[in-house]
Every structure is written in C-alpha cells, then in structure tokens.
Write a protein that binds this ligand. Structure first.
Ligand code: SAM
Length: 222
C-alpha cells in the first residue's frame, strides 16, 4: 500500500491513482474467464501492486498462459517477489510471465481470451489512448474480451481543475470511449465496492454491425 502511494507520487501520470483496486473490482474484471473452456490465454496490462493480478491467478488452471505487462520496475520487482514466484512454485503447470515494458513496446503473440487493463487512460494523451486500444483489440482472439476500468465520474471531477487544454483532452478521451463501446459491443458495470467507486467496461474484438447511415464506416476508435 505504502509503495503504491510512493510510486503514485513519483509517477502520477502512469499510476493515475493513490489506492490499489479492491477484490470486488478484481472479481468483476475477471469473471468472464469462467465461461472460457480449454487452456486460456490472459494478458494483464498495468498491474501495479497486483490486486487484479491476484484476481486472475485465483481463476487459473493447468495449461493456462498468463502474460503481465508493467512499465514500472519497482512494481515488477514487488510482483515477482510477493506474488508470482510463490504462485509458480505452487502451480508449475500454469505459465506466468511478467514483461517489464510499456505495453506499446511489449512483444506479445495475439490470441488472448481475456485482456485485463488497469491503465489510467484519463491521464494519457488521446493519441496514445487510441494507439493502445487499437493494439489491445488486435491482441484479442476472435471471441476474446478486453476489460478496463475507470473511476465513476472521473472526467467530470477532473474537468474543473484541468484548464482548457486539459478539458479538451478529457472530451476527446470521452469520445474515444463512446466510440469503442459503440463499435465493440461495449457493456459497463458500476462497482461500488471500490475506493473510489469504479465502472468496468467490457469490449469485444468483433466489430458491432452499424445500423442505417453509419453502416460500412470504419469501426476504429475515432
Ligand atoms: C491505476 S494503476 C493500476 C494498478 C492496479 N491494476 C490496480 O488496479 O490497482 C496503473 C498501472 O499501469 C502502469 N502503466 C502505466 N502506463 C503503462 C504502460 N504504458 N504500459 C504498462 N504499464 C503501464 C502503472 O505503472 C501502474 O502500475
């Protein structure tokens, strides 16, 4: 907890929070794994101190493959020492690999059944947000699901203190999220049992068929 706070102060743009996610949020983010049969491939991006990682590990079984990508080397060392080494010893039939890299540079093989993403998108420039979503959606299997979260009302809370350029950026990030939900069968769930309350957003790789005038237009996030 203390290390999360320290890293949050040192790297606020990348960490974007002062409090790790709750077990309830972890459960909501990982529940769709139950419905996937056979050996599964899971990717987590931005684990921090690992609250969502623990949620994934609890649901893994022999034959599964779990990749984790984290930019911050302090978090990586903590994850290895406090969570992953113990898990690998107890579950040698599950492949768990931690990549200490920004997701933009991580060498990953596509075909994930679930991608759990904890990145603080509202702190990123819109161009980077678009690029990361494009990359993550391309890493999903055809029936795969990308799940990310944001704090409820986060843009409305940030807007008054953001300045005019910051507000314009938040508006663009809001528009990217709306476009993704429209184009990738998005669904949301409010999780009150988190500090602060959070909303999970689930996206499918498959592009939603557009009705009427928009039919045939590009499905990419604008
Ligand atoms: C909001 S914290 C989430 C931590 C944790 N998943 C949770 O829910 O408590 C965001 C995490 O994303 C990591 N991160 C930020 N930018 C990243 C990037 N480009 N690639 C990989 N990880 C990144 C940060 O270092 C931090 O650990």
């Amino acid at each position: 907890m203390l290390e999360f706070l320290t890293q949050s102060v040192k790297h606020f743009r990348d960490t974007g929070s002062i409090w790790p996610s709750s077990p309830l949020l972890a459960r909501a983010m990982t529940k769709s794994l139950e419905g996937v049969s056979g050996p599964r491939r899971i990717l987590e991006v931005g684990p921090g101190t690992g609250p969502l990682t623990k949620g994934v590990l609890r649901r893994l079984r022999a034959g599964d493959q779990f990749d984790i990508v984290e930019i911050n080397d302090v978090f990586c060392r903590m994850l290895e020492k406090e969570i992953l080494q113990k898990f690998r010893t107890r579950h040698p039939q599950v492949a768990v690999k931690l990549h200490n890299a920004p997701i933009e540079d991580a060498a990953l093989i596509p075909g994930y059944d679930l991608i759990v993403c904890g990145l603080p998108f509202n702190n990123f420039p819109p161009k980077l947000v678009r690029a990361i979503f494009r990359q993550l959606l391309a890493l999903l299997s055809n029936s795969g699901e990308l799940v990310y979260f944001e704090y409820a009302g986060v843009r409305a809370m940030k807007a008054p203190i953001a300045g005019s350029a910051g507000r314009a950026q938040l508006k663009r990030i809001d528009a990217i999220g709306k476009s993704l939900r429209r184009n990738h069968s998005g669904s949301t769930e409010l999780i009150l049992g988190n500090f602060p309350p959070a909303v999970t957003i689930r996206l499918k790789r498959e592009v939603t068929a557009q009705r009427g005038a928009s039919r045939g237009k590009s499905s990419r996030a604008k």
